[in-house]
Design a protein around this ligand. Structure first.
Ligand SMILES: C[S@@+](CC[C@H](N)C(=O)[O-])C[C@H]1O[C@@H](n2cnc3c(N)ncnc32)[C@H](O)[C@@H]1O
Length: 200
């Protein structure tokens, strides 16, 4: 059923309603190795930003195990509500601030020590504009962690047939370097999922 695969593809791109709750629940279970890659490569402390936090699951885990002040942006109003509910205490205590925004328009004025994003790169409307904005919002020496599935892996997924920009690790390393970062590729599962760790 082509409409069904299109429906789920759109739910991963911008989750909303009941379908969004189901999609994010599935993501949280499927993507644990990707979240672990964030925990392993993050620079602890300071100001840390999650771009496209979905239901706020990764932020919830990070708040438990790391020091620092956390921020998050997402383009989906439903995801902001869902992540707010999940992380209410951290928001009330001032350790977490969530806002509507996109990778190429980060609505915070302060600089960040670390910015990370998991499974959002496919949906950025303008790759270079996203990298430029992230670099502008990092301190010198700040780290950007881009965690993603490869083109090779996504080409096998029917739900990713339309609406996904798919990249190889080399393409995303080059995009980071073209925008002024020093970058390295860190495999999570060879051929399938990677982190590009970029330093300003
Ligand atoms: C596949 S989900 C990943 C959610 C979360 N990072 C995770 O791994 O559990 C993609 C998320 O990125 C958000 N998103 C899509 N395009 C975005 C953009 N240009 N800037 C910021 N967030 C975006 C979507 O609304 C959605 O919540």
């Amino acid at each position: 059923m082509p409409w069904l695969k299109g429906y789920w593809g759109r739910q991963f791109a911008r989750p909303h309603g009941l379908g969004g709750k189901i999609a994010t629940f599935v993501m949280n279970r499927m993507n644990t190795a990707m979240y672990d890659a964030v925990y392993e490569n993050i620079s602890e402390g300071g100001h840390i930003l999650d771009i496209g936090f979905g239901n706020g699951f990764t932020l919830e885990q990070l708040l438990k195990i790391f020091n620092g002040t956390f921020y998050g942006i997402d383009i989906s109003g439903d995801m902001i509500r869902s992540a707010t509910k999940r992380n209410r205490k951290a928001i009330q205590s001032g350790r977490l601030t969530l806002a509507e925004g996109s990778a190429d328009a980060i609505p915070f004025t302060q600089e960040f020590d670390c910015i990370y994003t998991v499974n959002t790169i496919y949906f950025w409307p303008d790759l270079d504009a996203g990298f430029r904005e992230i670099r502008a919002k990092l301190i010198t020496g700040g780290i950007f962690l881009n965690v993603f599935y490869t083109k090779e892996m996504l080409d096998k997924l029917r739900s990713a047939d339309r609406g996904y920009n798919k990249y190889t690790p080399e393409e995303l390393k080059k995009a980071a370097e073209d925008n002024g970062f020093t970058a390295e590729i860190i495999p999570i599962t060879e051929g399938r999922s990677y982190v590009v760790r970029a330093v300003k």
